[in-house]
Design a protein. Structure first.
Length: 84
């Protein structure tokens, strides 16, 4: 297990972009939690995974694809978090 120890003392806004493409267990959530804790929650988190459930037909996709629903909702959530 990798442990991140750092301090984020700052006087102006910072951006942290955590983007490990499709690598489960790479530490994105742990690093995000550390940043949130260090900034005392003064952070905006844009997480592609949370937008999948916002798909306009998400409930229908769940019924159709069950465990594979993520594959079918990802293109929608990718558009919501697109950086360019």
């Amino acid at each position: 297990m990798i442990r991140f120890e750092f301090s984020l003392h700052f006087r102006w806004p910072f951006s942290y972009i955590l983007s490990w493409p499709f690598t489960p267990g790479s530490g994105k959530t742990s690093l995000r939690s550390a940043i949130s804790e260090e900034t005392q929650g003064n952070v905006v988190i844009i997480d592609n995974d949370t937008f999948k459930q916002q798909h306009p037909n998400f409930d229908e996709l769940v019924k159709l694809y069950e465990k594979d629903v993520v594959k079918h909702a990802t293109s929608y959530s990718n558009q919501l978090v697109k950086l360019n």
